[in-house]
Design a protein around this ligand. Sequence first.
Ligand code: EPU
Length: 345
Amino acid sequence: MFQKNTSLRPYHTFGIEVQTKVFADFSSQKEFRTVFAQAPKPVFILGGGSNILFTKDFEGTVLKNNIRTKRIGHTDGDYTIVHIGGGVPWHQFVRWAIHKNLGGVENLSLIPGTVGAAPIQNIGAYGVELKDVFVQAKCIVMAPFKFKDKSYQPGQTLIITKSEANFGYRDSLFKKELKGKVAIVLVSMMLTHKNHRIRTSYGAIQEELALHQITQPTIKNISDAIIAIRERKLPNPKKIGNSGSFFKNPYISTKQYEKLKKQFPKMPAYPIDEDTVKIAAGWLIQEAGWKGYRTGDAGCYDKQALVLVNYGQAQGKEILELAQKIQKSVKKKFGIHIQPEVNIL
Ligand code: EPU
């Protein structure tokens, strides 16, 4: 069941050569409990490994979630609930949903990673976030903690509902208070089986649909359009190691934005509320001169500056050093602190 001194290179999208002392996978909740009980600690649960940068060998057990169940639950009005195993690759789930005429996740097409990892950072793209379809996650406790005045012990089952999950922009309870404390084994989501809400507010989607003369898009049309857009902009991790956006788009005060706008009138910005503006980190990095930069095998992608890449043999530390240099130079030029979106281990 356990493999010793295993390379993690095949199990994460950055393609960094690091090892874990122990490795195992699990394909059911029951198997998780057995494997977890015997695994040398600490234990790290890996989904698709698409949001992680390993900077050193892991001195514990990496457990790969391989729970692949897909179940259609009850229907109510326009909605159908689905219960999906945490180990199902996210995009495979999206295409399955579209095939079953279930809508809600088509804008999240081609996002790497697994269903179980999706709630952790509340994955989002093209105007949709996981929280828009999330109902609840079934978790198994890995380390003791207190939640809502109740104590939880390893092995116990815990359901986290949408309101408890505290979703924010690339953020959730799973990324904060529950970090490393639970394994997400099943995610329940609410999709539409009729009257699909078609979301085309992003200009890039409209342009792509127009290109194919589609005026009444189906959920499949939206998915196909997003696949085409992502393939153009984002590096395919099978060819060039990467973790999608390396940094989050920063939120700054409207006051700071008004000042900056005078100096940088082209800076893309999106109002969040009266006092807050979201700034495109990709633009900041590009203007700071990093787009297309390469040092050894670590680089800043030439088509999307928010994405850091491993051209082959880069070490995690080299990617991290590059990230820190970028952070410093963006801070110096714009006075804005950009924070990593990926988990650094
Ligand atoms: N921009 C530049 N130069 C660049 C990159 C971007 O000027 O090198 C500008 C663009 O011109 C545009 C703006 O920045 O005006 C936004 O760019 P884009 O639409 O590419 O989106 P993003 O903000 O860079 C976010 C998500 C992506 C998601 C897209 C589409 C984050 C951290 N990233 O990127 O998510 O696919 O929007 O919704 O919020 C991911 O999280 O890994 C990810 C890929």
